[in-house]
Design a protein around this ligand. Structure first.
Ligand SMILES: C[S@@+](CC[C@H](N)C(=O)[O-])C[C@H]1O[C@@H](n2cnc3c(N)ncnc32)[C@H](O)[C@@H]1O
Length: 287
């Protein structure tokens, strides 16, 4: 592993990429077996609430066949921070659009490519690897941009939103879901929990900060506060954890499971006891 790769892995929490192969084995699949996108949907969505945020993005973006083009080509969508490509594949499968799945970590990218290929979807989902900030996105390439729980990792958000603005066609839309800070940090316990959660970035924008960042980049913005659902989800996940623990240890090992538990407890505290973190869904149009 190169030094740079190692550095990236340390910065990002979502690096348990081999887990998906254990999950598939548990379901009776063997290496290189063809897959259906619908077989994967409970395994490859690396965010809260499974398919719900992707369905919501599809609706908010109004992704669909572009009937105005004579060849009925699908809309072109960029997925920022695609993980192992779960949302990208589902979106392409449901809406017949073409998705570019952009992912920072080489391992996530490699697994994403493998799963897409085994689903027979290489014609509709293209994977690109690299930091979104330095990825060549092109000018007016996309009809839509989607991102789910990934933008908070990007340090230079003003630059990111300017680049996404440039990459969209006139009238194009972006829809993303993100963690948001709900108030100022009030004590050292809150700060420690937030630092652990954020891992590699220093600050978490509020809903208002995100609105401002998008408007500064030129977008017309609508903000949906979904913090209540984040507190419910993080609390429910923590409350039911014990029922799953033994199975998870058998499948993934003690170390991995202990790491998850620490994250699950921290997220529950941040979104419930501390009331410091919530969620937002942002829809913005290039004007
Ligand atoms: C919480 S995961 C979500 C993955 C995917 N959106 C999903 O919902 O299944 C966040 C992903 O964003 C990726 N990521 C973080 N910073 C990035 C960057 N600067 N450029 C591209 N991807 C990035 C991480 O490597 C990780 O795979």
């Amino acid at each position: 592993m190169s030094k740079e790769d190692h550095r990236l892995r340390q910065r990002i929490r979502y690096r348990h990429v081999e887990k998906i192969y254990k999950d598939l084995e548990e379901l009776g699949y063997h290496d290189n077996d063809p897959l259906k996108v619908t077989d994967l949907i409970t395994l490859d969505q690396w965010h809260y609430f499974g398919l719900e945020p992707v369905d919501a993005a599809m609706k908010l973006l109004d992704v669909r066949y572009n009937f105005f083009l004579s060849n009925r080509e699908g809309a072109r969508v960029l997925d920022v921070g695609a993980g192992i490509g779960g949302p990208s594949r589902y979106l392409a499968h449901k809406s017949k659009c073409h998705v570019t799945a952009s992912e920072l970590l080489p391992d996530n990218h490699r697994v994403g490519q493998d799963l897409t290929s085994r689903c027979g979807m290489t014609g509709s989902v293209k994977h690109v690897c690299g930091d979104i900030i330095t990825t060549e996105l092109g000018d007016q390439e996309f009809d839509h941009v989607m991102s789910i729980q990934a933008i908070y990792y990007v340090e230079d958000k003003p630059r990111l939103f300017r680049q996404l603005y440039d990459s969209l066609k006139p009238g194009g839309t972006i829809c993303f879901e993100e963690f948001c800070r709900l108030k100022d940090v009030e004590n050292s316990d809150e700060q420690a929990a937030l630092d652990f959660f954020l891992l590699c970035v220093n600050t978490l924008p509020t809903h208002g900060d995100y609105r401002q960042l998008l408007e500064d980049a030129g977008f017309q913005v609508t903000v949906h506060d979904i913090s209540d659902t984040y507190s419910e989800y993080t609390h429910g996940r923590w409350a039911t954890w014990d029922q799953q623990r033994d199975k998870y240890v058998r499948l993934y090992g003690e170390d991995m499971v202990d790491g998850w538990l620490k994250l699950i407890v921290t997220a529950k505290k941040l979104c419930n006891e501390f009331g410091l973190v919530g969620g937002g869904r942002f829809v913005a149009r290039k004007v």
